[in-house]
Design a protein around this ligand. Structure first.
Ligand SMILES: NC(=O)c1ccc[n+]([C@@H]2O[C@H](COP(=O)([O-])OP(=O)(O)OC[C@H]3O[C@@H](n4cnc5c(N)ncnc54)[C@H](OP(=O)(O)O)[C@@H]3O)[C@@H](O)[C@H]2O)c1
Length: 216
């Protein structure tokens, strides 16, 4: 499968490398395609990985992942060209992180309610699924934690797109947990903030979330 990734940061590079390892063709993307980190990534993943402009990645992908700075996602998608996403499954990984006046990392309040809903509004003809936003990029592919396979929450409006993403999550080493429609991104984006706060307070960024049920 061909996967385009809008973005070039640690998330784009981690998901891209994992996808290549699973046998997919990946194009990550940037406004500056000659950045040294991208050249290094290209060398590491080999010929199945490539680098292009946002618009190149959007056109390349049968599935497209949005992995830009959350507060810049709308701008990046306009640069990519929303028409190129039409009918495609789009995985949104973004969180609307920003610094408040006390220099604390917080979630920015968005007119749409969440980044997931912004991405779905801008890409109205795409099937947006929110996933991977609640874990550090270092653990997105093949997470190794005590207690076995961890949970990954995901949400979106289209059942087929969610089934595709659930399969991908399993291939990446996660137990997919369906939280509902894309408006549930309003719940999942604060979970990323919870994780960041946990990590800052504990000094340990190596965490995942898992739901533990008692028998009914
Ligand atoms: N880092 C993590 O562990 C982690 C985990 C879960 C979710 N997330 C979320 O995943 C997303 C990606 O995170 P990240 O740490 O990989 O990278 P990031 O530093 O948050 O974002 C980098 C990407 O955003 C693009 N970007 C920044 N400002 C832009 C603007 N004004 N217009 C267009 N594009 C712009 C950059 O484009 P250029 O390449 O052109 O510079 C780059 O591709 C974020 O929303 C983050 O909250 C991160």
């Amino acid at each position: 499968m061909k996967v385009g990734i809008i973005g070039s940061g640690s998330v784009a590079r981690a998901l891209g490398a994992g996808l290549v390892e699973l046998g997919h063709q990946v194009k990550i993307s940037s406004r500056n395609t000659s950045a040294p980190a991208l050249e290094k990534w290209q060398q590491e993943v080999g010929s199945q990985g490539s680098v292009g402009a946002f618009s190149d990645a959007a056109q390349f992908g049968e599935i497209v992942i949005v992995a830009t700075k959350g507060t810049a996602a709308e701008k990046a998608l306009e640069l990519a060209g929303p028409a190129a996403f039409s009918g495609k499954t789009v995985i949104d990984v973004t969180n609307p992180l920003t610094m408040n006046s006390d220099k604390q990392l917080v979630l920015k309040e968005l007119p749409d309610g969440s980044c997931g809903e912004t991405v779905q509004r801008v890409l109205a003809d795409a099937k947006v699924v929110k996933a991977f936003n609640t874990v550090n990029s270092a653990h997105m592919f093949r997470p190794q934690f005590p207690g076995g396979v961890p949970d990954m929450f995901f949400c979106g409006n289209d059942a087929d797109a969610k089934a595709t993403v659930a399969e991908l999550l399993k291939a990446f080493g996660w137990n997919p947990v369906d939280i509902g429609k894309i408006d549930a991104a309003r719940l999942l984006e604060p979970v990323s903030m919870l994780g960041i706060r946990l990590a800052m307070n504990s000094g340990n960024w190596n965490y995942v979330f898992r739901v533990v049920y008692q028998d009914k």
